[in-house]
Ligand binder design. Sequence first.
Ligand SMILES: Cc1cc2nc3c(=O)[nH]c(=O)nc-3n(C[C@H](O)[C@H](O)[C@H](O)COP(=O)(O)O)c2cc1C
Length: 180
Amino acid sequence: MQVFIGYASAHGSTRRVAERIAGRLQACGHGTVLRALDRSSDLPDCDAAVLGSAVHDGRWLPEAVGFVRRNADALAERPLRLFGVSLVGQRSSAFPPVVARCLRRLKSRSDPELPAALLAAVAPGGRHDFAGAVAPEHWPATGRLVFRLMGGRYGEHTDWDEVDAWAAAVAAELRGPAGG
Ligand SMILES: Cc1cc2nc3c(=O)[nH]c(=O)nc-3n(C[C@H](O)[C@H](O)[C@H](O)COP(=O)(O)O)c2cc1C
């Protein structure tokens, strides 16, 4: 299958996750088109799409939300997988385990990172949350203070085995009888 991998990244970690996913999909025999999402581009010719965004203030970046909104009809017609990159992934985190558990619980009770009506319209076949990178210069002074008080650690927190496993599962699903 020809798979479009689109990403929105403010500081590079979502781009690195998207590149890794593209590499794994290629290794599994899929063709890939990897591209940053912007406010005007449309979905290129493809059989399936994998879209991801950095999470800011609990939401996908505006260029990613705009892309999904603009291309909702075309995305709904194809197998679609979504991923978010934030401080708290499903397996890895910038925080100590007990804080990470609380944050994951809070997140599960919050509004989704994409508007619920939009998610329902595009009906992704799967979603995943990865942990990304955080550096002091990404935050204002108050953000740095809160981060320290919560026991946060700067650096890259992506679990690459987790990314590889998810990408391999997506690759296999797309090869399945219904194409995922
Ligand atoms: C302004 C700002 C707001 C953020 N808001 C959140 C948030 O609400 N939840 C979260 O888990 N991480 C949040 N983060 C952390 C980023 O999601 C994380 O650093 C991610 O790796 C960024 O991806 P990128 O490097 O592709 O931009 C925020 C970061 C910034 C700079």
